[in-house]
Design a protein around this ligand. Structure first.
Ligand code: NAP
Length: 459
Protein backbone atom coordinates (compact mmCIF):
# COMPACT_ATOMS: atom_id res chain seq x y z
CA UNK A 1 0.00 0.00 0.00
CA UNK A 2 1.43 3.39 -0.93
CA UNK A 3 1.69 6.15 1.64
CA UNK A 4 -0.47 9.00 0.43
CA UNK A 5 -3.15 11.53 1.25
CA UNK A 6 -6.17 10.82 -0.95
CA UNK A 7 -9.13 13.08 -0.20
CA UNK A 8 -12.12 10.73 0.30
CA UNK A 9 -14.56 13.55 -0.49
CA UNK A 10 -13.20 13.88 -4.04
CA UNK A 11 -11.04 10.81 -4.69
CA UNK A 12 -8.10 13.07 -5.59
CA UNK A 13 -4.55 12.27 -4.57
CA UNK A 14 -3.32 15.29 -2.63
CA UNK A 15 0.19 14.19 -1.59
CA UNK A 16 2.44 11.15 -1.85
CA UNK A 17 5.18 10.15 0.57
CA UNK A 18 8.17 7.88 0.07
CA UNK A 19 8.27 5.23 2.79
CA UNK A 20 11.30 5.66 5.05
CA UNK A 21 14.24 3.53 3.91
CA UNK A 22 16.14 1.18 6.23
CA UNK A 23 18.61 3.91 7.26
CA UNK A 24 15.85 6.37 8.18
CA UNK A 25 14.06 3.71 10.22
CA UNK A 26 17.31 2.76 11.97
CA UNK A 27 17.98 6.40 12.90
CA UNK A 28 14.60 6.69 14.55
CA UNK A 29 14.87 3.40 16.45
CA UNK A 30 18.32 4.51 17.67
CA UNK A 31 16.84 7.89 18.73
CA UNK A 32 14.10 6.08 20.63
CA UNK A 33 16.55 3.73 22.33
CA UNK A 34 18.71 6.70 23.35
CA UNK A 35 15.68 8.60 24.67
CA UNK A 36 14.52 5.64 26.76
CA UNK A 37 16.84 6.24 29.73
CA UNK A 38 16.57 10.04 29.52
CA UNK A 39 12.78 9.99 29.64
CA UNK A 40 12.37 7.39 32.36
CA UNK A 41 14.78 9.43 34.53
CA UNK A 42 12.80 12.64 33.89
CA UNK A 43 10.70 13.45 36.99
CA UNK A 44 7.02 12.56 36.59
CA UNK A 45 5.87 16.16 36.96
CA UNK A 46 8.14 17.21 34.07
CA UNK A 47 6.81 14.40 31.89
CA UNK A 48 3.26 15.44 32.76
CA UNK A 49 4.04 19.07 31.95
CA UNK A 50 4.79 17.90 28.39
CA UNK A 51 1.46 16.02 28.24
CA UNK A 52 -0.33 19.16 29.49
CA UNK A 53 1.35 21.26 26.77
CA UNK A 54 0.22 18.68 24.21
CA UNK A 55 -3.34 19.37 25.43
CA UNK A 56 -2.87 23.14 25.10
CA UNK A 57 -1.50 22.83 21.56
CA UNK A 58 -4.36 20.50 20.59
CA UNK A 59 -6.81 23.16 21.74
CA UNK A 60 -4.95 26.03 20.08
CA UNK A 61 -4.66 24.19 16.74
CA UNK A 62 -7.98 22.39 16.86
CA UNK A 63 -9.21 23.73 13.53
CA UNK A 64 -5.92 22.99 11.76
CA UNK A 65 -5.79 19.38 13.03
CA UNK A 66 -9.48 18.86 12.30
CA UNK A 67 -9.01 19.99 8.70
CA UNK A 68 -6.15 17.52 8.31
CA UNK A 69 -8.17 14.59 9.67
CA UNK A 70 -11.09 15.42 7.38
CA UNK A 71 -8.81 15.82 4.37
CA UNK A 72 -7.09 12.48 4.89
CA UNK A 73 -9.93 10.18 6.02
CA UNK A 74 -13.17 12.04 5.39
CA UNK A 75 -14.79 12.38 8.82
CA UNK A 76 -17.17 15.29 9.35
CA UNK A 77 -15.23 18.42 10.23
CA UNK A 78 -17.37 18.90 13.35
CA UNK A 79 -16.51 15.35 14.47
CA UNK A 80 -12.82 16.00 13.80
CA UNK A 81 -12.93 19.10 16.02
CA UNK A 82 -14.61 17.04 18.75
CA UNK A 83 -11.90 14.42 18.34
CA UNK A 84 -9.12 16.96 18.90
CA UNK A 85 -10.97 18.30 21.96
CA UNK A 86 -11.36 14.79 23.39
CA UNK A 87 -7.62 14.18 22.92
CA UNK A 88 -6.85 17.35 24.88
CA UNK A 89 -9.29 16.40 27.62
CA UNK A 90 -7.70 12.95 27.93
CA UNK A 91 -4.16 14.38 28.09
CA UNK A 92 -5.31 16.62 30.96
CA UNK A 93 -6.99 13.71 32.70
CA UNK A 94 -3.70 11.82 32.69
CA UNK A 95 -1.72 14.90 33.69
CA UNK A 96 -4.05 15.25 36.72
CA UNK A 97 -4.37 11.58 37.65
CA UNK A 98 -1.09 9.85 36.71
CA UNK A 99 0.68 10.81 39.98
CA UNK A 100 -2.01 8.98 41.95
CA UNK A 101 -2.21 6.02 39.57
CA UNK A 102 1.55 5.51 39.25
CA UNK A 103 2.27 5.99 42.96
CA UNK A 104 3.78 3.06 44.83
CA UNK A 105 1.19 0.72 46.37
CA UNK A 106 2.47 -0.06 49.84
CA UNK A 107 1.60 -3.43 51.34
CA UNK A 108 1.44 -3.91 55.08
CA UNK A 109 3.87 -6.71 55.91
CA UNK A 110 5.18 -7.04 59.41
CA UNK A 111 8.93 -6.48 59.70
CA UNK A 112 9.25 -5.34 56.06
CA UNK A 113 8.99 -2.30 53.89
CA UNK A 114 7.07 -3.67 50.92
CA UNK A 115 5.46 -2.09 47.90
CA UNK A 116 4.46 -2.46 44.27
CA UNK A 117 6.16 -0.02 41.87
CA UNK A 118 5.11 0.82 38.28
CA UNK A 119 8.14 1.23 36.05
CA UNK A 120 8.26 1.86 32.28
CA UNK A 121 9.02 -0.98 29.86
CA UNK A 122 10.98 1.11 27.34
CA UNK A 123 10.27 1.70 23.65
CA UNK A 124 6.67 0.88 22.70
CA UNK A 125 5.63 0.49 19.05
CA UNK A 126 2.10 1.69 18.22
CA UNK A 127 0.51 0.42 14.99
CA UNK A 128 -2.54 2.61 14.51
CA UNK A 129 -5.60 2.87 12.24
CA UNK A 130 -6.96 5.80 10.27
CA UNK A 131 -10.51 5.93 11.61
CA UNK A 132 -9.76 8.18 14.61
CA UNK A 133 -6.33 9.37 13.46
CA UNK A 134 -5.64 11.61 16.48
CA UNK A 135 -7.69 9.91 19.20
CA UNK A 136 -6.26 6.42 18.70
CA UNK A 137 -2.73 7.80 18.91
CA UNK A 138 -3.28 10.14 21.86
CA UNK A 139 -5.10 7.54 23.92
CA UNK A 140 -2.02 5.35 23.54
CA UNK A 141 0.58 8.09 23.80
CA UNK A 142 -0.69 10.15 26.76
CA UNK A 143 -0.65 7.30 29.32
CA UNK A 144 2.26 5.40 27.79
CA UNK A 145 4.58 8.43 27.77
CA UNK A 146 3.28 9.59 31.16
CA UNK A 147 4.39 6.23 32.57
CA UNK A 148 7.90 6.92 31.26
CA UNK A 149 7.92 4.92 28.04
CA UNK A 150 9.03 6.14 24.62
CA UNK A 151 6.65 5.89 21.61
CA UNK A 152 7.23 4.92 17.99
CA UNK A 153 4.16 5.43 15.81
CA UNK A 154 3.48 3.43 12.66
CA UNK A 155 0.28 5.09 11.53
CA UNK A 156 -2.05 3.87 8.78
CA UNK A 157 -0.70 4.55 5.29
CA UNK A 158 -3.60 6.85 4.33
CA UNK A 159 -3.02 9.37 7.16
CA UNK A 160 0.68 10.30 6.81
CA UNK A 161 0.12 14.00 7.39
CA UNK A 162 -1.71 13.28 10.64
CA UNK A 163 1.27 11.10 11.66
CA UNK A 164 3.75 13.89 10.96
CA UNK A 165 1.54 16.47 12.67
CA UNK A 166 1.43 14.29 15.79
CA UNK A 167 5.22 13.95 15.82
CA UNK A 168 5.58 17.73 15.49
CA UNK A 169 2.97 18.24 18.23
CA UNK A 170 5.01 16.29 20.80
CA UNK A 171 8.23 18.03 19.76
CA UNK A 172 6.58 21.43 20.14
CA UNK A 173 5.24 20.42 23.54
CA UNK A 174 8.82 19.84 24.67
CA UNK A 175 9.18 16.06 24.49
CA UNK A 176 12.92 15.38 24.30
CA UNK A 177 14.30 14.13 20.97
CA UNK A 178 13.33 10.51 20.32
CA UNK A 179 10.49 10.34 22.87
CA UNK A 180 7.72 10.34 20.26
CA UNK A 181 8.46 9.70 16.58
CA UNK A 182 6.43 8.71 13.54
CA UNK A 183 7.71 6.11 11.09
CA UNK A 184 6.33 6.51 7.59
CA UNK A 185 6.42 2.82 6.66
CA UNK A 186 3.97 0.28 5.30
CA UNK A 187 2.66 -2.71 7.23
CA UNK A 188 5.40 -4.86 5.65
CA UNK A 189 7.91 -3.10 7.94
CA UNK A 190 6.11 -4.06 11.15
CA UNK A 191 7.67 -7.51 11.52
CA UNK A 192 11.19 -6.05 11.44
CA UNK A 193 10.21 -3.55 14.12
CA UNK A 194 8.64 -6.18 16.37
CA UNK A 195 11.75 -8.36 16.20
CA UNK A 196 14.13 -5.49 16.96
CA UNK A 197 15.48 -6.04 20.50
CA UNK A 198 15.37 -2.29 21.22
CA UNK A 199 11.56 -2.33 20.99
CA UNK A 200 10.09 -3.70 24.22
CA UNK A 201 6.36 -3.95 23.51
CA UNK A 202 3.65 -3.13 20.99
CA UNK A 203 0.08 -1.94 20.78
CA UNK A 204 -2.06 -2.35 17.68
CA UNK A 205 -5.47 -0.91 16.98
CA UNK A 206 -6.89 -2.25 13.76
CA UNK A 207 -8.43 -5.23 12.08
CA UNK A 208 -8.57 -8.77 13.37
CA UNK A 209 -6.14 -9.93 10.67
CA UNK A 210 -3.53 -7.33 11.57
CA UNK A 211 -4.01 -8.23 15.24
CA UNK A 212 -3.41 -11.92 14.60
CA UNK A 213 -0.22 -11.15 12.70
CA UNK A 214 1.21 -8.69 15.23
CA UNK A 215 0.15 -10.88 18.15
CA UNK A 216 1.86 -13.93 16.63
CA UNK A 217 5.13 -12.14 15.84
CA UNK A 218 5.28 -10.34 19.19
CA UNK A 219 4.35 -13.58 20.95
CA UNK A 220 7.30 -15.30 19.27
CA UNK A 221 9.49 -12.57 20.71
CA UNK A 222 7.80 -12.84 24.15
CA UNK A 223 6.87 -9.17 23.92
CA UNK A 224 3.84 -7.71 25.61
CA UNK A 225 1.02 -6.54 23.33
CA UNK A 226 -2.24 -4.67 23.63
CA UNK A 227 -4.58 -5.50 20.76
CA UNK A 228 -7.66 -3.34 20.08
CA UNK A 229 -9.35 -5.05 17.16
CA UNK A 230 -12.66 -5.18 15.36
CA UNK A 231 -16.14 -5.42 16.76
CA UNK A 232 -19.69 -6.25 15.76
CA UNK A 233 -21.37 -4.65 18.73
CA UNK A 234 -24.93 -5.65 19.61
CA UNK A 235 -27.53 -2.94 20.28
CA UNK A 236 -30.27 -4.79 22.15
CA UNK A 237 -33.77 -3.30 22.30
CA UNK A 238 -35.96 -5.13 24.83
CA UNK A 239 -39.74 -5.18 25.17
CA UNK A 240 -40.07 -2.21 27.58
CA UNK A 241 -37.52 0.02 25.81
CA UNK A 242 -38.13 3.66 24.93
CA UNK A 243 -38.35 2.79 21.23
CA UNK A 244 -38.23 6.39 20.00
CA UNK A 245 -34.96 7.04 21.80
CA UNK A 246 -33.53 3.65 20.86
CA UNK A 247 -34.23 4.23 17.15
CA UNK A 248 -32.84 7.78 17.17
CA UNK A 249 -29.71 7.00 19.19
CA UNK A 250 -29.30 3.67 17.38
CA UNK A 251 -28.86 5.46 14.06
CA UNK A 252 -26.22 7.75 15.59
CA UNK A 253 -24.51 4.74 17.17
CA UNK A 254 -24.31 3.01 13.78
CA UNK A 255 -23.48 6.01 11.59
CA UNK A 256 -20.92 7.72 13.84
CA UNK A 257 -17.66 8.43 11.98
CA UNK A 258 -19.41 7.66 8.68
CA UNK A 259 -20.05 4.14 9.94
CA UNK A 260 -16.38 3.42 10.61
CA UNK A 261 -16.04 2.98 14.35
CA UNK A 262 -14.91 -0.21 16.08
CA UNK A 263 -17.56 0.37 18.76
CA UNK A 264 -20.36 1.39 16.41
CA UNK A 265 -23.58 -0.53 17.03
CA UNK A 266 -23.62 -3.01 14.15
CA UNK A 267 -26.22 -5.65 15.05
CA UNK A 268 -29.62 -4.37 16.23
CA UNK A 269 -31.23 -7.18 18.20
CA UNK A 270 -34.84 -6.26 18.86
CA UNK A 271 -37.61 -7.91 20.90
CA UNK A 272 -40.36 -9.03 18.52
CA UNK A 273 -42.96 -7.02 20.44
CA UNK A 274 -41.31 -3.73 19.43
CA UNK A 275 -39.46 -4.87 16.31
CA UNK A 276 -41.88 -3.43 13.71
CA UNK A 277 -42.09 -0.05 15.44
CA UNK A 278 -38.30 0.10 15.95
CA UNK A 279 -37.56 -0.89 12.35
CA UNK A 280 -39.96 1.67 10.90
CA UNK A 281 -38.52 4.50 13.00
CA UNK A 282 -34.92 3.42 12.47
CA UNK A 283 -35.31 3.26 8.67
CA UNK A 284 -37.02 6.68 8.63
CA UNK A 285 -34.06 8.22 10.51
CA UNK A 286 -31.58 6.53 8.17
CA UNK A 287 -33.41 7.77 5.07
CA UNK A 288 -33.37 11.31 6.49
CA UNK A 289 -29.56 11.40 6.82
CA UNK A 290 -27.97 14.02 4.58
CA UNK A 291 -24.97 12.40 2.88
CA UNK A 292 -22.45 14.94 1.65
CA UNK A 293 -19.17 16.79 1.78
CA UNK A 294 -17.66 16.35 5.26
CA UNK A 295 -16.70 20.03 5.41
CA UNK A 296 -20.33 21.10 4.85
CA UNK A 297 -22.09 21.63 8.21
CA UNK A 298 -25.33 20.41 6.61
CA UNK A 299 -23.89 16.90 6.07
CA UNK A 300 -24.83 14.26 8.63
CA UNK A 301 -22.65 11.60 7.08
CA UNK A 302 -19.61 11.88 4.81
CA UNK A 303 -17.59 9.52 2.63
CA UNK A 304 -15.82 6.31 3.59
CA UNK A 305 -12.06 6.57 3.98
CA UNK A 306 -11.03 4.89 0.73
CA UNK A 307 -12.24 3.28 -2.46
CA UNK A 308 -11.26 -0.07 -0.95
CA UNK A 309 -13.61 0.54 2.00
CA UNK A 310 -16.50 1.20 -0.40
CA UNK A 311 -15.72 -1.97 -2.36
CA UNK A 312 -15.43 -4.10 0.78
CA UNK A 313 -18.66 -2.79 2.33
CA UNK A 314 -20.57 -3.14 -0.95
CA UNK A 315 -19.31 -6.70 -1.36
CA UNK A 316 -20.57 -7.64 2.13
CA UNK A 317 -23.96 -6.01 1.45
CA UNK A 318 -24.42 -7.65 -1.98
CA UNK A 319 -23.37 -11.06 -0.64
CA UNK A 320 -25.77 -10.69 2.29
CA UNK A 321 -28.65 -9.79 -0.03
CA UNK A 322 -27.75 -12.69 -2.31
CA UNK A 323 -27.85 -14.95 0.77
CA UNK A 324 -31.44 -13.84 1.46
CA UNK A 325 -31.18 -10.69 3.61
CA UNK A 326 -33.84 -8.02 3.02
CA UNK A 327 -32.63 -4.55 2.00
CA UNK A 328 -34.67 -1.85 3.77
CA UNK A 329 -32.57 1.19 2.81
CA UNK A 330 -29.51 2.11 0.73
CA UNK A 331 -27.40 -0.79 -0.48
CA UNK A 332 -25.15 0.86 -3.06
CA UNK A 333 -22.24 3.24 -3.59
CA UNK A 334 -23.37 6.75 -4.46
CA UNK A 335 -22.85 7.89 -8.03
CA UNK A 336 -20.66 10.92 -7.35
CA UNK A 337 -16.92 11.63 -7.07
CA UNK A 338 -15.36 10.46 -3.81
CA UNK A 339 -16.00 7.38 -1.72
CA UNK A 340 -19.64 7.66 -0.68
CA UNK A 341 -21.91 4.78 0.31
CA UNK A 342 -25.64 5.07 0.88
CA UNK A 343 -26.66 4.52 4.53
CA UNK A 344 -27.99 0.97 4.50
CA UNK A 345 -30.33 -1.19 6.57
CA UNK A 346 -30.60 -4.97 6.29
CA UNK A 347 -33.01 -7.34 8.04
CA UNK A 348 -33.90 -11.05 7.99
CA UNK A 349 -30.26 -12.06 7.75
CA UNK A 350 -29.55 -15.77 7.43
CA UNK A 351 -26.61 -17.08 9.43
CA UNK A 352 -24.41 -17.50 6.37
CA UNK A 353 -24.82 -13.85 5.30
CA UNK A 354 -21.51 -11.97 5.74
CA UNK A 355 -23.26 -9.16 7.67
CA UNK A 356 -24.47 -11.77 10.18
CA UNK A 357 -21.03 -12.85 11.37
CA UNK A 358 -18.47 -10.38 9.96
CA UNK A 359 -17.72 -6.83 11.03
CA UNK A 360 -19.12 -4.40 8.43
CA UNK A 361 -16.95 -1.26 8.59
CA UNK A 362 -19.31 1.20 6.97
CA UNK A 363 -22.81 2.72 7.30
CA UNK A 364 -24.69 -0.59 7.32
CA UNK A 365 -27.10 -1.68 10.08
CA UNK A 366 -28.39 -5.23 10.45
CA UNK A 367 -31.68 -5.76 12.30
CA UNK A 368 -32.50 -9.06 14.02
CA UNK A 369 -35.75 -10.06 15.73
CA UNK A 370 -35.77 -12.18 18.93
CA UNK A 371 -38.52 -13.61 21.17
CA UNK A 372 -37.02 -12.66 24.55
CA UNK A 373 -34.02 -11.30 26.45
CA UNK A 374 -32.30 -14.70 26.68
CA UNK A 375 -32.44 -15.08 22.92
CA UNK A 376 -31.04 -11.56 22.57
CA UNK A 377 -28.08 -12.43 24.80
CA UNK A 378 -27.50 -15.70 22.94
CA UNK A 379 -27.46 -13.90 19.58
CA UNK A 380 -25.23 -11.11 20.96
CA UNK A 381 -22.74 -13.67 22.30
CA UNK A 382 -22.90 -15.75 19.11
CA UNK A 383 -20.34 -13.39 17.57
CA UNK A 384 -16.62 -14.04 17.66
CA UNK A 385 -16.19 -10.38 18.67
CA UNK A 386 -16.72 -8.87 22.12
CA UNK A 387 -15.93 -5.17 22.16
CA UNK A 388 -18.92 -3.07 23.29
CA UNK A 389 -22.69 -3.42 23.66
CA UNK A 390 -25.78 -1.30 24.30
CA UNK A 391 -29.01 -2.46 25.98
CA UNK A 392 -32.32 -0.57 25.93
CA UNK A 393 -35.02 -1.31 28.50
CA UNK A 394 -37.03 0.40 31.24
CA UNK A 395 -36.58 -2.67 33.47
CA UNK A 396 -33.30 -2.00 35.27
CA UNK A 397 -33.16 -5.47 36.84
CA UNK A 398 -33.37 -7.02 33.40
CA UNK A 399 -30.78 -4.49 32.20
CA UNK A 400 -28.29 -5.57 34.86
CA UNK A 401 -28.85 -9.27 34.19
CA UNK A 402 -28.31 -8.78 30.45
CA UNK A 403 -25.29 -6.47 30.98
CA UNK A 404 -23.56 -9.12 33.10
CA UNK A 405 -24.39 -11.91 30.62
CA UNK A 406 -22.98 -10.19 27.54
CA UNK A 407 -19.42 -11.15 26.59
CA UNK A 408 -17.86 -7.77 25.86
CA UNK A 409 -15.42 -5.22 27.24
CA UNK A 410 -18.22 -2.81 28.12
CA UNK A 411 -21.99 -2.49 28.18
CA UNK A 412 -24.00 0.74 28.14
CA UNK A 413 -27.67 0.75 29.21
CA UNK A 414 -30.03 3.23 27.52
CA UNK A 415 -27.06 4.97 25.92
CA UNK A 416 -24.68 4.40 23.04
CA UNK A 417 -21.23 3.05 23.68
CA UNK A 418 -18.48 5.68 24.00
CA UNK A 419 -14.93 5.72 25.33
CA UNK A 420 -14.02 7.89 28.32
CA UNK A 421 -10.60 8.31 29.96
CA UNK A 422 -12.08 7.47 33.38
CA UNK A 423 -13.02 3.93 32.26
CA UNK A 424 -11.03 1.04 30.77
CA UNK A 425 -11.60 0.38 27.07
CA UNK A 426 -10.96 -2.87 25.22
CA UNK A 427 -12.38 -6.19 24.18
CA UNK A 428 -12.55 -9.93 24.67
CA UNK A 429 -12.50 -12.81 22.14
CA UNK A 430 -11.47 -11.69 18.63
CA UNK A 431 -11.83 -8.03 19.66
CA UNK A 432 -8.42 -8.30 21.29
CA UNK A 433 -6.88 -8.13 24.70
CA UNK A 434 -5.45 -5.61 27.12
CA UNK A 435 -7.03 -2.32 28.05
CA UNK A 436 -6.55 1.32 27.16
CA UNK A 437 -7.54 4.39 29.21
CA UNK A 438 -8.01 4.87 32.97
CA UNK A 439 -5.56 3.20 35.37
CA UNK A 440 -5.49 0.02 33.29
CA UNK A 441 -4.22 1.82 30.17
CA UNK A 442 -1.60 3.68 32.17
CA UNK A 443 -0.21 0.49 33.67
CA UNK A 444 -0.32 -1.77 30.57
CA UNK A 445 3.21 -0.86 29.55
CA UNK A 446 4.73 -0.88 33.01
CA UNK A 447 6.72 -3.45 34.88
CA UNK A 448 4.51 -4.04 37.92
CA UNK A 449 7.36 -4.67 40.31
CA UNK A 450 7.21 -6.17 43.81
CA UNK A 451 9.83 -4.84 46.23
CA UNK A 452 10.12 -6.34 49.74
CA UNK A 453 12.85 -5.03 52.03
CA UNK A 454 13.71 -6.81 55.26
CA UNK A 455 16.29 -5.16 57.44
CA UNK A 456 19.51 -7.17 57.60
CA UNK A 457 20.35 -8.70 60.96
CA UNK A 458 22.73 -6.56 63.00
CA UNK A 459 26.35 -7.81 62.81
P1 NAP B 1 -5.99 -2.36 9.48
O1 NAP B 1 -6.02 -2.56 8.03
O2 NAP B 1 -5.77 -3.54 10.36
O3 NAP B 1 -4.85 -1.27 9.74
C1 NAP B 1 -4.53 -0.81 11.04
C2 NAP B 1 -3.03 -0.59 11.13
O4 NAP B 1 -2.39 -1.86 11.05
C3 NAP B 1 -2.45 0.24 9.99
O5 NAP B 1 -1.38 1.00 10.49
C4 NAP B 1 -1.98 -0.81 9.02
O6 NAP B 1 -0.93 -0.36 8.19
C5 NAP B 1 -1.48 -1.88 9.96
N1 NAP B 1 -1.52 -3.24 9.42
C6 NAP B 1 -2.41 -3.76 8.54
N2 NAP B 1 -2.14 -5.07 8.33
C7 NAP B 1 -1.04 -5.36 9.08
C8 NAP B 1 -0.27 -6.53 9.28
N3 NAP B 1 -0.57 -7.69 8.68
N4 NAP B 1 0.79 -6.47 10.10
C9 NAP B 1 1.11 -5.32 10.73
N5 NAP B 1 0.41 -4.17 10.58
C10 NAP B 1 -0.65 -4.19 9.77
O7 NAP B 1 -7.31 -1.69 10.03
P2 NAP B 1 -8.03 -0.39 9.45
O8 NAP B 1 -8.77 -0.76 8.24
O9 NAP B 1 -7.07 0.73 9.37
O10 NAP B 1 -9.01 -0.06 10.67
C11 NAP B 1 -10.26 -0.65 10.78
C12 NAP B 1 -10.24 -1.76 11.79
O11 NAP B 1 -9.74 -1.29 13.04
C13 NAP B 1 -11.64 -2.26 12.09
O12 NAP B 1 -11.63 -3.65 12.20
C14 NAP B 1 -11.97 -1.61 13.41
O13 NAP B 1 -12.96 -2.27 14.15
C15 NAP B 1 -10.64 -1.65 14.08
N6 NAP B 1 -10.57 -0.67 15.18
C16 NAP B 1 -10.56 -1.12 16.46
C17 NAP B 1 -10.54 -0.22 17.50
C18 NAP B 1 -10.52 -0.67 18.93
O14 NAP B 1 -10.23 0.14 19.80
N7 NAP B 1 -10.82 -1.91 19.23
C19 NAP B 1 -10.53 1.15 17.23
C20 NAP B 1 -10.54 1.57 15.90
C21 NAP B 1 -10.57 0.64 14.89
P3 NAP B 1 -1.22 0.11 6.66
O15 NAP B 1 -2.18 1.24 6.72
O16 NAP B 1 0.13 0.51 6.19
O17 NAP B 1 -1.79 -1.09 5.97
Amino acid sequence: MSIATINPATGETVARFEPYDAAAVETRIANAAAARDVWRATPLDERLAVIRRVADILDARRDEYAALMTLEMGKLLSAARDEAAKCAMTCRWYADNAPRLLANDYVDVEGERAWVAYQPLGVVLAVMPWNFPFWQVLRFAAPTLAAGNVGLLKHASNVPQCALALEALFAEAGAPRGVFQALLVGSDAVEGLLTDPRIAAATLTGSEGAGRSVGAIAGGQLKKTVLELGGSDPFIVLATADVDAAARVGVQARMINNGQSCVAAKRFIVHERVADEFTEKFVAHVNALAVGDPTDPASAIGPLASRRQVEDVDHQVQQSVAAGARLLAGGRPLDRPGFYYAPTVLSDLPQHAPAYHEEVFGPVASIFRVPDADAAVALANGSRYGLGASVWTRDMREAERVALAIESGSVFVNAMMASDPRFPFGGVKASGHGRELAAWGLREFTNVKTIRMRPAASP
